[in-house]
Write a protein that binds this ligand. Structure first.
Ligand code: HEM
Length: 243
């Protein structure tokens, strides 16, 4: 399954240029602002990366119910490592970046769900060994925490949006393993029946949030980097998670 295709044709390319000064129009190029809401841009212009993120071997094994429980636990371990770092960075950045303070709630922090799932599967989180791809992602989070709160928020947008597909993945895995209930699946489906309304509400608040053009660009760049790093994490885990 894919996110529904953008129903409206794409607006003019974002690098279109036009001068605002009538005397200079035609002779000096000033970058035109992207008139789309940031949420539309995030969805439409990350389409290519979502396609890849959805169709790589690890997510496909999950959504087809072909992943073993052992493989799933290996994935949860690395997700715990990176999301713990991202949670901590976001909590710290609430003080300096208003959009993080206003739009990242405690309920959206993901370490709590991953820890509960891992405990359910009998894993002591203190014994987890970090893979190379997870380490690279943590370094990225640390760098953004220090220099760019809006890009950090872009990372969070991707993991929050991924809940849409993850809910479906959880359903398929439970069916394949003959399981019911929430235990072991809180990370994939943290909000249960509230998933859709919570996502719609959060997206509306993000669309209305006052951001400058450079801040929007930073959110967008952060989102792309998160897609790329999750793809790398999944690829790095292929031998462990698909064994
Ligand atoms: C089998 C894997 C996946 C499936 C089946 C899937 C499916 C979906 C679906 C159905 C939506 C909702 C689309 C809508 O509201 O119109 C969605 C949204 C989204 N997914 Fe995925 N997805 C998968 C993997 C991923 C991965 C691995 C990531 C992150 C790396 C991801 C990130 C997102 C994001 C950010 C959104 C929100 C898009 C928006 O702005 O509306 N997805 N996905």
């Amino acid at each position: 399954m894919s996110p529904s295709s953008p129903d409206a044709p794409m607006d003019a390319p974002t690098d279109a240029t036009v001068s605002k000064c009538p005397f200079l129009r035609g002779s000096v190029n000033v970058p035109a602002a992207d008139s789309r809401p940031i949420t539309q841009r995030l969805k439409e212009d990350n389409w290519d990366l979502h396609e890849q993120a959805e169709h790589d071997r690890v997510p496909q094994a999950m959504v087809r119910g072909e992943m073993s429980r052992e493989g799933y636990v290996e994935l949860l371990k690395q997700m715990w490592v990176v999301n713990r770092a991202l949670d901590a960075a976001l909590v710290e950045a609430r003080a300096s970046t208003p959009i993080i303070n206003d739009l990242v709630s405690d309920r959206q922090l993901q370490e709590q769900y991953l820890r509960a799932d891992l405990e359910h599967f009998g894993v002591d989180v203190n014994t987890i060994e970090t893979t190379d791809a997870a380490r690279t992602m943590i370094e990225h989070v640390t760098a953004l925490r220090e220099r760019d709160g809006h890009a950090l928020f872009g990372l969070h947008y991707v993991r929050e949006g991924a809940n849409n597909g993850n809910k479906f993945v959880a359903m398929k895995l439970k069916k394949a393993w003959g399981l019911e209930g929430e235990d072991g699946f809180r990370y994939l489906d943290p909000y249960g029946k509230d998933q859709r309304p919570l996502w719609e509400d959060w997206k509306a608040r993000l669309a209305d949030y006052p951001l400058t053009e450079p801040q929007k660009d930073a959110v967008f760049a952060g989102a792309r980097s998160m897609f790329e790093r999750i793809i790398a994490l999944h690829q790095d885990l292929e031998s462990l998670a698909l064994a």
